[in-house]
Ligand binder design. Structure first.
Ligand SMILES: C[S@@+](CC[C@H](N)C(=O)[O-])C[C@H]1O[C@@H](n2cnc3c(N)ncnc32)[C@H](O)[C@@H]1O
Length: 435
């Protein structure tokens, strides 16, 4: 029982960690047409849970297995590392009987000729892990281990070790579902069993697939992290305004702007992502002008009243929702992304009417893509001023506002009594006005 789910989990972990593929894409493919497509709903949920735990706790799992294995496995048996990791995730962190996790891992090893010689090793290591679980866990610095060096060093330098620990603690918890409703948050909260957050988003623990939740088909709401919903709100009342949503796909912010009554031009380079944006808007009964273009060489026909630029970034603020991200990246891309963001911002501001406002945002915790980007922009660009963000712009929250008046949400913001109902994606946003 459950062997197919474990096999699928190992395949997915292998694709993410060895081949650098995005977890979301691999999961989607596996569940739609891959090995996991024949699984019943309960087993699909199990695959997601095992893979999520294996990646969120990757550092602790590797450390625990290293303590119990005398030497590393030969290259030809590398897949056993993934089988052991998936087994260890269940033994250390999930409500799965140890003997089931061990025997399913050993069965997988036996089924593969190259791994068969290691079946006793797999059995011994995982049994030992069950026996030594409490001692090993008590001896680990979980947050440090579960954050790869490149990211840990960056966060320690920018935010200090205590904050870095705090971020990593949030990344170990699977976040709930945040949605943005078109109207009547209180009514929808009651229908869905959700909480209305101070910022207006709804937060819930869904009891099944999102598509089956009340209001999905009728387009009453869309999925959007509560932090991701803030930048568009910083433009204020956009009803009747011509607004450019730059780097718009898959369209969470386009939907907000269109629902608020703006005439939106949504621009993105990715045709595939724009197809999703189009589908999302169609479900929501909203409209926007959709432009597939590279912002570094596109020019609009006429200037805009307001602009939202959600620039491509390292996305290190989204680790709660994308636990694969730290293990697929190295930080090497941040400088070139920051240079691209600066270029995009310089172009975008020239498309703004005098007196108009632009909100620049990224879902990154890295200052190069946020605070430092805007500090340099203001220093080098005459004719623009920062219009500081006030608590009243973001539902009365004060913690996410920097001394300069920018928005900086952190993974541990919006704390709630229940850990799963806590947290925000790490976003940066600045609001600038053309004089
Ligand atoms: C952070 S995502 C946007 C998320 C979106 N604003 C939302 O709220 O749903 C960044 C987007 O930038 C787009 N992008 C990257 N480089 C671009 C370029 N040179 N020109 C236009 N869009 C670009 C990507 O395709 C991606 O969809």
């Amino acid at each position: 029982m459950g062997l197919a789910a474990r096999r699928a989990a190992v395949d997915i972990v292998e694709a993410v960690t060895d081949r650098g593929r995005r977890l979301e894409d691999v999961l989607e493919g596996e569940l739609a047409s891959g090995a996991a497509s024949a699984l019943i709903a309960k087993d699909r949920a199990l695959v997601r849970a095992i893979v999520g735990t294996t990646l969120r706790r990757k550092g602790q799992i590797t450390d625990a297995l290293d303590r119990l294995m005398k030497s590393s496995l030969p290259a030809k048996a590398h897949r056993l590392d993934h089988i052991l990791a998936v087994g260890a995730a269940q033994i250390l962190f999930m409500d799965v009987p140890d003997h089931a996790a061990v025997s399913l891992a050993v069965t997988q090893a036996v089924a593969e000729p190259r791994l068969r010689p290691f079946k006793n090793l797999a059995n011994g290591v995982l049994r030992n892990l069950g026996r030594q679980r409490d001692t090993i866990l008590a001896d680990q610095d979980a947050e440090r281990l579960n954050t790869p060096d490149w990211l840990w060093q960056r966060w320690r330098k920018t935010y200090g070790a205590e904050n870095a620990h705090h971020f990593a603690a949030m990344h170990a918890i699977e976040p709930t579902l945040d949605i943005t409703v078109r109207s009547d948050p209180a009514g929808w909260a009651e229908r869905l069993g959700a909480t209305v957050l101070p910022t207006g988003s709804l937060r819930l623990v869904p009891s099944g697939p999102i598509e089956r939740l009340d209001g999905f088909d009728e387009g009453a709401w869309w999925v959007q992290d509560a932090a991701a919903a803030l930048p568009a709100r910083l433009l204020g009342d956009v009803a009747g305004m011509r607004v450019a949503d730059l780097c718009a796909a898959p369209g969470g912010k386009t939907a907000q702007l269109a629902a608020a009554g703006a005439a939106v031009t949504a621009v993105d380079i990715s045709a595939a992502r724009l197809t999703r944006l189009e589908q999302n808007l169609a479900r929501l009964g909203l409209a926007a002008e959709i432009v597939a273009a590279d912002l570094t060489d596109w020019t609009p026909a006429a200037p805009f009243d307001a602009i939202l630029l959600d620039a491509p970034c390292s996305a290190t603020g989204t680790v709660r929702r994308h636990p694969d991200l730290p293990w697929r990246r190295s930080g090497a891309e941040i400088d070139s992304l920051a240079a691209l963001q600066a270029r995009m911002l310089q172009r975008a501001i020239s498309w703004l009417k005098p007196g108009g406002e632009i909100v620049y945002c990224t879902c990154s915790l890295e200052p190069e893509e946020g605070e430092a980007q805007i500090a340099r922009f203001l220093q080098e660009t005459p004719g623009f001023e920062r219009r500081p963000i006030a608590a009243s712009d973001i539902g009365g929250l004060t913690k996410p506002i920097t001394p300069d008046g920018d928005l900086r949400t952190l993974p541990y913001h919006l704390a709630a009594d229940e850990p799963r109902l806590s947290g925000l994606d790490g976003f940066f946003a600045a609001r600038l006005r053309r004089l």
